[in-house]
Design a protein around this ligand. Structure first.
Ligand code: CAA
Length: 565
């Protein structure tokens, strides 16, 4: 039977500590909240008042309940006030010396059966536990930012944590209304281990000038359905925290993809730590605000469409091929028609030329913009290049090959653009517009203008495998498969962690089953083949499942039914 804890403490009242104190107080626990000096304590109190005040102003919390919550927290600068606590969570900055000092002080002050929990995101809980005289009572209790909103708590047990302590903390997490996932002590636990490789990769994309910060963020929000883009999320987490987490993950994994991007390092050195500093990747209206102010780097709206060629009619060449490609393109046809653009839709069997195509081929030949779906075969562009009128723009919607290959095959390389339609299923959420090495900027602008006309948000993406969305999403999915393969956590726990810790619309295994394991493997092979980065090599488990015909939902079995093995 788990103990029912009622007297708890929090040490360190930054964003996380103050949020954790609020979570405890909301659940009716009596909280002692400690920080080093009056200024820090006042800041902590300010966080709680602001957060609960916001809930009141949104009509989600009664003013009387807000007062009761705040009154359940005793703010103090004295650690000795924790002498009665049954559990204390430390949430001081992510430095092993600081955390060890706090835990040893707690070890002296608190009764021997008090549970000492650390909210560390990446440091070894085991290493911290042995700095106390009670390693069996030390456990990780990892909350997610903003703590009052995100439902996940990772309960991290070390090899020495007593089972009864794990049980008490699991019961506490449930009482707090959180989703508790219990796991062993490994850098990044579940959620950060899967999140930070992706965040670091997004920074590298911006740093290498493959895409702008706005385009990366918009692509991931719209194309992958994530609540925030990766750069906005890094600003929320704090660049210093992110740097620390990546550093620890890299030291443990030696995976180059975890080595903190130099841009993160420079932002930290410059003190641009994200929202809490008023500036990180973006500039914020004030230190605590999520509101972004325009700054020098913000592109002028509409600039991407300057120099666009006129589009009076659209041609669609649908080659019988992957169904998702055809569905996506079909979803675009009514939008074009309602924007007053006549559409000539021509069907083709793979490997056939215009003489074998069915439909209004003459309409296709006279179109100003021709969209090609269902094929990665450059021969189709060679055929189209000889057919369409001068000045027409040819857009490749499949993303299996670089745009430059289609451009070179077409005989009119300046006119060929990539238009990758990203979004879950056949839903169109965002277009990734790709200018290849030989593309005329006016041709790319034509595609941007077309997207604006059919009211499809568009971003500018690099002519690289996976563009933005797939290049960032699939390595994360692959990392999740590797985590399952290493038996660190179950597919259910990994899915739950990403949904409740990071607000993802679905977990990686649900998404893999939905996308199709074979499709995922094909994208991952493409990403790996481009740069030969070992960290991008497809997980053997994914290869095996595809070989065994476990292709996901459409095959009736994928990760969901293959978990037992
Ligand atoms: N404190 C308290 N409550 C907050 C809050 C905060 N800082 N920010 C938002 N909220 C509440 C709001 O009051 C609102 O609640 P109601 O609906 O009851 O009014 C709700 O959250 C939604 O807020 P908004 O409508 O203002 O904004 P949104 O819909 O854009 O959601 C978000 C904001 C919850 C932050 C959402 O964007 C999100 O889920 N983002 C992903 C965050 C994430 O990934 N966190 C994990 C980071 S990793 C980590 O923390 C671990 C680590 O070790 C670094």
């Amino acid at each position: 039977m788990a103990r029912e804890l009622s007297e708890v403490g929090v040490v360190g009242l930054g964003t996380m500590g103050a949020g954790i104190a609020e979570v405890f107080a909301r659940a009716g626990l009596s909280v002692t909240a400690v920080d080093v000096d009056d200024a820090a304590v006042q800041r902590g109190r300010g966080h709680v008042e602001k957060s609960t005040g916001r809930a009141v102003s949104r009509g989600r919390l009664d003013p009387a309940d807000r007062d009761a919550i705040v009154s359940r927290i005793r703010f103090t600068t004295s650690m000795d006030d924790l002498a009665q606590a049954e559990l204390v969570v430390e949430a001081v900055p992510e430095r092993v010396d600081l955390k060890a000092a706090v835990l040893s002080a707690l070890d002296r002050i608190c009764p021997p059966d008090t549970i000492l929990a650390t909210n560390t995101s990446s440091l070894s809980v085991t290493e911290l536990s042995v700095t106390t005289g009670r390693p069996g009572k030390v456990i990780g209790m990892h909350f997610f930012n903003p703590a009052p909103v995100m439902k996940l708590v990772e309960v991290v047990r070390t090899v020495g944590t007593e089972p009864a302590v794990v049980e008490d903390v699991e019961a506490l997490a449930a009482r707090l209304g959180k989703v508790g996932v219990t796991i062993g002590d490994r850098a990044g636990f579940i959620a950060n281990a899967l999140l930070f490789g992706y965040l670091n990769h997004a920074v590298a994309m911006v740093e290498d000038r493959y895409a702008s910060r706005e385009d990366v963020d918009a692509a991931m929000r719209l194309g992958a359905g994530l609540p925030m883009g990766p750069l906005a999320l890094l600003d929320l987490i704090g660049l210093d925290t992110a740097h620390q987490i990546l550093g620890t993950m890299y030291r443990q994994s030696r995976n180059r993809l975890h080595a903190p991007s130099p841009l993160i390092e420079q932002l930290v050195t410059a003190g641009l730590l994200g929202r809490k500093a008023g500036r990180g990747f973006y500039t914020y209206a004030d230190r605590h605000s999520a509101e972004v102010v325009a700054d020098a780097q913000t592109p002028v709206a509409g600039a991407a469409a300057a120099g666009a060629r006129p589009v009076r009619s659209v041609g669609v060449l649908a080659v019988a091929g992957p169904k998702a490609d055809a569905d996506r393109l079909d979803a675009l046809v009514p939008a074009a028609a309602s924007a007053g653009l006549p559409v000539a839709r021509v069907l083709a069997e793979p490997g056939t030329g215009p003489e074998g195509w069915t439909g209004p081929v003459a309409g296709l030949a006279n179109a100003d913009l021709v969209l090609v779906a269902g094929t990665d075969d450059p021969a189709v562009f060679a055929a189209l290049g000889g057919l369409v009128q001068d000045g027409a723009v040819l857009a490749a919607t499949s993303s299996g090959r670089p745009v430059v290959e289609h451009a070179a095959a077409s005989g009119r390389p300046a006119d060929v653009v990539g238009l990758h339609l990203a979004g879950p299923g056949s839903a169109l959420r965002v277009a990734e517009v790709v200018a290849g090495l030989l593309t005329d900027p006016g041709a790319a602008a034509t595609v941007h203008a077309f997207c604006a006309r059919v009211e499809l948000p568009a971003v500018t993406a690099p002519d690289r495998a996976g563009r933005i969305v797939d290049a960032l999403l699939f390595p994360y999915l692959n990392d999740a498969v590797r985590m399952l393969e290493a038996r660190y956590a179950t597919a259910d726990d990994i899915d739950a962690a990403m949904v409740s810790g990071c607000g993802y619309p679905m977990g990686p295994f649900e998404l893999l089953d939905l996308v199709g394991l074979d499709v995922a493997l094909a994208v991952e092979r493409q990403l790996y083949a481009e740069v030969r980065e070992p960290g991008l090599a497809p997980a053997p488990l994914l290869e095996h499942l595809v070989t065994a015909g476990h292709l996901g939902r459409r095959a009736g079995r994928g990760f969901r039914d293959s978990r037992a093995r």
